[in-house]
Each structure stands twice: as structure tokens, then as C-alpha cells.
Write a protein that binds this ligand. Structure first.
Ligand code: PLP
Length: 397
């Protein structure tokens, strides 16, 4: 056996160098640690704590009883695409053709990967506001893009500005990624701020990939859909899905909307790599659009209640935290404890058994902050904040 190994090549050298250059996910390592511990109150995971609403599950069971177990068309069930088109038109007044402008994907995750691979030529630059959701940089890098961070901070409510975008543009800039309501900060953008950014985007002929997976989870102002802004529909790939709004993370259903060239190119990759999104996920997505609104409203109201609880708790604990306008995250500033974000989250876990995510897991701009997910019950949140209060007091005296 040893002899054989000696003659073997170093298999790690066969791995795509882009993969090697990506840092390992800090979140994974941290949660491996959490899973080995007892009595941890975790506010770590960005996933609804609700089960998928009953009527959606029933639709799945019915489809199975009816023997609906085969593939759908590559682009996804036409009925579902039609329902999505109707929904977007109803909410934002944007008309997408269900035949040529909508693709059903395996979650927003697949849509994001497809959008990057369909558009990027090696060396193209993608502008990504930071702190950023963990998948954007790897997806862009694996499509051989150069990623350019646009750093945001709490003073600016974690909003990216038109000036920042303008300044970062080079002849190689192709894509601006926008993701509001935002993971990990909970930031939202005003319509006017988005309009200003869109002027820059149009002037420089950029494309926007807009991840609007949290579109229904807004608490202060109604959501602005980027493709609804003047002149933006043709140059935006709108991504959204069912994971968060309908508590359907495990089903894997999302979609992309865009001009026929973009959606056609994405479908070409999707038809070879994925064939179609899971059939039952599509059945459930359709049911969600048809009858899931009351449940969605109920869950959103519950998140809003918890959001207020988090904001009040941070004030009481004494950690500066801007009021998140959307999604289900808060991103408090922990610098008064004189720890960096990694130290804070590790010690909080070890000493008080509370898990939050180190802000630098979302890029350098997350230093000095931790992400709290409030997709947890009021009881869990209350207990976690009781422990956090004790912890912060200990380190900021
Ligand atoms: N986009 C953002 C901003 C997210 O926070 C997440 C999940 O955490 C996703 C996309 C992934 O969504 P999906 O389950 O639809 O793949």
C-alpha cells in the first residue's frame, strides 16, 4: 500500500486553483464546534424556525399520490412560471414573459451560480457590497471573475452608495451585485438610493444581479424591486425564491428573471448541469404562491416581533446596533468589549454557550460586528440575550 502511495501523484494539485485560493468557510468550522457542545443557545443559522405551512406540504403529498415523480421541463413547470410572472407584476408592476424570461432553479443558490457563469468572461470584475452573503465571492471567483468589495459600515446603515459604485468602476467591470434586504446586516435601501445607483449602472452599461430572496421580509418600508426601476428590467437579473418567506429551505426552489438572452444562457447551463429543479419543490412553490400568503404574513409578523426584541435587548446590553429594516438578522457593534469579532464569538460560545456568527465570515467589513439571526423563538432569544448581557458586562467594565 505504501509503495502505491509513493508513486501516486499529489492529488491536491489536480484541484482547481481558484478553489484553493478561497478561504474555508468560517461558519462551517464554528458550527462543527457548536454541534459538539451541550446546552448551546444558537442564534447562528439564517433559516426559518417554522415548518413549511401545512397546505404546502399537503400539495406535495397529493402530487406524490398522483404519481407526479418525473422531471419537469428544463425551465420548470410553466404553471409555476406563470404564477411567478403574475406575482411580480402584481407586486412591482414588472412584466416578465413566463416562456422566455423566467427560469426555475434549485434555490436562489443555483440561480446565482448560473447568473455568474452565464455572464462572466475570465477577468471580468464583479462589484460586491461588503459585508456580503457568503456565496457571492466564491460563485463569482469560480466563474473566473475578479471580485471587488464595496465596503459598507454602520454609520452609513450598511448601504452602498452610488458614489462608491462609480469610484470602483474600471473598463473590466461587468456586474454589480445588489442584495437588499441584506444578509448579514438586515440593511435595506431606499428607493431613491437605488435610483441613484441605477443611474451609474446605466451610464456605465453594467448588469445588476439582484438577490431579493428577503423581499417579503421588510418591516419599515415596502420593498423596492430593482428591475422595477426605470430602464433596469433589461439589465437586471432578478433572483428570488421560497426558502425564507415560506419556510421552505429544504425544498430547494428559487427562480431567476431577466431578458431572454440572459435567461436563455442560464437555461443552457442549467439543462446540462441540473436538468430541472426538484419536481416536488416546484409543486410546493406553486402552492405557496396560490395559498401561502396568510402563513407568510403570520411568520413575517412573528419575525417583526422578534426584531423589536433584539433591538431592545441590544440597547439594554449596550451594544450599538442599527435597526434592521429587513431579513431576520441584526449586526451589532461589539468593539466596546475590546475583542475582535472572532474572539467575541468564540468566548461567548465557550463561556456562555451562545452561538452568534463572527462578522468577518462576511468579509473584512464585518470586523467589529457579529451576526445575530432572530429566526428563533422568543424564549431562545430571551435566554441568549440574558447570557449575552452577563458576558458583555464582564468585558466592558
Ligand atoms: N441569498 C441570500 C442572501 C441568502 O441569505 C440565502 C440563504 O441564506 C440564499 C441566497 C440561499 O437561498 P436558497 O435557499 O434559495 O438557495
Amino acid at each position: 500500500k505504501m509503495e502505491e502511495r509513493k508513486g501516486s501523484p499529489d492529488w491536491s494539485e489536480f484541484i482547481n486553483p481558484v478553489l484553493k485560493s478561497l478561504p474555508p468557510s468560517g461558519i462551517r468550522r464554528f458550527f462543527d464546534l457548536v454541534s459538539e457542545m451541550k446546552d448551546v443557545v444558537s442564534l447562528g443559522v439564517g433559516e426559518p424556525d417554522f415548518v413549511t405551512p401545512r397546505n404546502i406540504i399537503d400539495a406535495c403529498v397529493r402530487s406524490l399520490d398522483n404519481g407526479q415523480t418525473g422531471y419537469t421541463s428544463n425551465q420548470g413547470m410553466l404553471e409555476l412560471r406563470e404564477a411567478i410572472a403574475e406575482e411580480i407584476n402584481g407586486s412591482y408592476g414588472v412584466k416578465y414573459d413566463p416562456v422566455s424570461e423566467i427560469l426555475i432553479t434549485v434555490g436562489v443558490s443555483e440561480a446565482l451560480d448560473l447568473a455568474m457563469r452565464a455572464l462572466i468572461s475570465p477577468g471580468d470584475e464583479v462589484l460586491i457590497p461588503e459585508p456580503t452573503y457568503v456565496s457571492y465571492i466564491p460563485c463569482a471567483a469560480l466563474a473566473y471573475a475578479k471580485t471587488v468589495p464595496l465596503k459598507t459600515n454602520m454609520d452609513k446603515l450598511f448601504r452602498v452608495t452610488a458614489e462608491q459604485v462609480e469610484k470602483a468602476i474600471t473598463p473590466r467591470t461587468k456586474i454589480l451585485l445588489l442584495a437588499y434586504p441584506n444578509n448579514p446586516t438586515g440593511a435595506v435601501m431606499t428607493r431613491q438610493e437605488l435610483l441613484d445607483i441605477c443611474e451609474v449602472v446605466k451610464a456605465h452599461n453594467l448588469i445588476v444581479i439582484s438577490d431579493e430572496i428577503y423581499e417579503h421580509l421588510t418591516y419599515i418600508e415596502p420593498h423596492t424591486c430593482v428591475s422595477s426601476l426605470p430602464g433596469m428590467k433589461e439589465r437586471t437579473i432578478l433572483l428570488s425564491g421560497f426558502s425564507k418567506s415560506y419556510a421552505m429551505t429544504g425544498w430547494r426552489a428559487g427562480y431567476a428573471c431577466g431578458n431572454p438572452d440572459f435567461i436563455g444562457a442560464m437555461t443552457k447551463i442549467h439543462q446540462y448541469s441540473m436538468l430541472c429543479a426538484p419536481t416536488q419543490a416546484q409543486v410546493c412553490a406553486l402552492e405557496a404562491l396560490r395559498s401561502g400568503k396568510p402563513d407568510m404574513r403570520r411568520m413575517t409578523a412573528e419575525y417583526n416581533k422578534r426584531r423589536k426584541l433584539v433591538v431592545d435587548a441590544m440597547e439594554e446590553i449596550g451594544l450599538p446596533c442599527f435597526e434592521p429594516g429587513g431579513a431576520f438578522y441584526a449586526f451589532p457593534d461589539i468593539t466596546k468589549t475590546r475583542m475582535n469579532a472572532a474572539e467575541f464569538s468564540e468566548r461567548l460560545l465557550m463561556e456562555e454557550k451562545v452561538a452568534v456568527v463572527d462578522g468577518t465570515a462576511f468579509g473584512e467589513a464585518g470586523e467589529g460586528h457579529v451576526r445575530i439571526s432572530y429566526a428563533y423563538s422568543v424564549e431562545k432569544l430571551t435566554e441568549a440575550f440574558r447570557r449575552m448581557n452577563r458576558f458583555v458586562k464582564r468585558y466592558s467594565s
